[in-house]
Design a protein around this ligand. Structure first.
Ligand SMILES: [Zn+2]
Length: 176
């Protein structure tokens, strides 16, 4: 099972940048992407929280879930098997600059897994939180799991760097 330990060299040159027109495209599939800086992301999160209080978590999780479903549908269209869901997530997280997402026990395909995100960008600028704050990440993982593996998954962030843990750790469980 994949634990992020196999050391193939990842591609170093993922994007083409057209500075004249402000267009960045991912080489692998020609998809246009945008860069979102981490301080800006942190501001967005904080403002959502102060406007919607606990509703912010729902909004961010839903954003992540929708995007995760999209990632999952792309993976499926490329005929990745459900067993490869974690590789898909790992690669997408890596290539998107979210951090290094690895399995830390269990097996996504068999219904329960613990994932760790090292160098998490989602909570990079949030310190001394009392609760985990990576709601976008939680939604992302749930969306990918639901789409690729099927069924419904419950995802809980159990550790979060924003509240002083070394890494962000999430528990994924298939329900129903
Ligand atoms: Zn976190």
């Amino acid at each position: 099972m994949f634990r992020g330990s196999k050391k193939e060299t990842p591609p170093q040159d993922l994007f083409t940048i057209d500075l004249e027109h402000g267009i960045i495209k991912r080489k692998a599939d020609g998809v246009r992407v945008m860069a979102l800086g981490s301080p800006g992301w942190a501001t967005l999160q904080k403002e959502l929280s102060s406007t919607f209080i606990s509703g912010a978590a729902v909004i961010l999780q839903r954003m992540g879930y929708s995007y995760g479903k999209y990632i999952g549908s792309v993976a499926k269209s490329r005929q990745k098997s459900p067993q490869e869901t974690l590789e898909t997530l790992h690669t997408f997280a890596r290539d998107s600059g979210w951090g290094e997402l690895v399995l830390n026990g269990g097996d996504l395909y068999s219904g329960q897994a613990r994932l760790v995100l090292r160098e998490c960008i989602f909570c990079l600028h949030i310190k001394e939180a009392s609760e985990p704050v990576c709601h976008m990440l939680v939604g992302l993982v749930g969306g990918v799991a639901d789409e690729v593996i099927g069924g419904t998954h419950r995802v809980i962030e159990e550790k979060c760097a924003a509240k002083g843990d070394k890494v962000c750790e999430i528990l994924v469980e298939r329900v129903g």
